[in-house]
Design a protein around this ligand. Sequence first.
Ligand code: DAT
Ligand code: MG
Length: 149
Amino acid sequence: MMEKTFLMVKPDGVQRGLIGEIVSRFERKGFQLVGAKLMQIPTSVAEQHYGEHKGKPFYDELVSFITSGPVFAMVWQGENVIATARQMMGATNPKDALPGTIRGDYGVTVGKNIIHGSDSLESAKREISLFFKEEELVEYTRTVDGWIY
Ligand code: DAT
Ligand code: MG
């Protein structure tokens, strides 16, 4: 199924110069970038984004971390991109993430795990609309799509 997902290079990934590496992985896979921006997340948006974790012991640290510096927010499109991007990211805790995944290759601790990605169709829709206005997303065709699909 053709889907869109919300992916975000977290402040640690931006500071460590990993934006290009991460964008490159999804480009080379064949997914299509349809929206992107470097931004500083307001606390209120961070609280909405991580609303499902409110009350957990790591919640305050999570909100303060994600607002501690710029993030690179993206929307990617492709068949099964939601689940496939999660696989490419690797397990939440980098110590459990396999080599070859983004967290497995670049992360060490769960608090600084480089990248966020939507975990379901429902959260993808919610997160895309939380971070992007409709007019910030672009629709375009790529001639290479015939060699991917
Ligand atoms: P994911 O980012 O893989 O979707 P999640 O939604 O369960 O993972 O948690 C959101 C973020 O919160 C995660 O990327 C890092 C942080 N986090 C999760 N579990 C944690 C824990 N036990 N201790 C510290 N931070 C944690
Ligand atoms: Mg999550």
